[in-house]
Ligand binder design. Structure first.
Ligand code: FES
Ligand code: FES
Length: 188
């Protein structure tokens, strides 16, 4: 067997067939043909060109890639796109528009909750998912009474519940103020 034949055989062994998947992103069905190993983050950014969702660490440590799937927050770098054919995916682009900001986006602007802005799409998606979790009565590590039906969203609660979203600019006090505004306003 020649060297080139050996190479061809190895390439054939390593080849992965693309998979067809229809993703519903921001209310629109998008047809994609992807290497099945493609993360949801890469599908959004590289294939759908929705670059609002950011890649920070690419391994679940920073929260920059947070999006909402069926209303729940998820690190899109840690999940495969092909797993989400039946889901409703919402990215920062689907939350509001420059003329009609989502209340959480408006609160971040009002409270100056960002500096470079790199973490901000993830912070906002995460905050919206977090408020839904708190409303549903999910306790956090900071919750004193885990059996309580409702938990007051103190700053300690917000900090703990948002601890998966890192801000290298350390805009944390303003991020917390923005989230508190929305929580107290009953929006989000
Ligand atoms: Fe996904 Fe950092 S890029 S958690
Ligand atoms: Fe710069 Fe958060 S605003 S990383």
């Amino acid at each position: 067997m020649s060297l080139s034949t050996v190479g061809d055989t190895k390439n054939a062994e390593n080849a992965t067939e693309n998979a067809k998947v229809a993703l519903t992103v921001n209310g629109r069905v998008r047809q994609l043909e992807l290497d099945p190993r493609t993360s949801l983050l890469d599908a959004l950014r590289e294939h759908l060109h929705l670059t609002g969702t950011k890649k920070g660490c690419d391994h679940g440590q920073c929260g920059a890639c947070t999006v909402l799937i069926n209303g729940r927050r998820i690190n899109s770098c840690l999940t495969l796109a092909v797993m989400h054919a039946d889901d409703e995916i919402v990215t920062i682009e689907g939350l509001g528009s420059p003329d009609a900001l989502h209340p959480m986006q408006a609160a971040f602007v009002l409270r100056d909750g960002f500096q470079c802005g790199y973490c901000t799409p993830g912070q906002i998606c995460s905050a919206i998912g977090m408020l839904a979790e708190a409303k549903a009565g999910w306790p956090s590590h900071a919750t004193a009474d885990v059996a309580a039906q409702t938990t007051a969203l103190t700053d300690a609660e917000i900090r703990e519940r948002m601890s998966g979203n890192i801000c290298r600019c350390a805009a944390y006090p303003n991020i917390i103020a923005a989230i508190r505004d929305v929580a107290e306003g009953g929006r989000g």
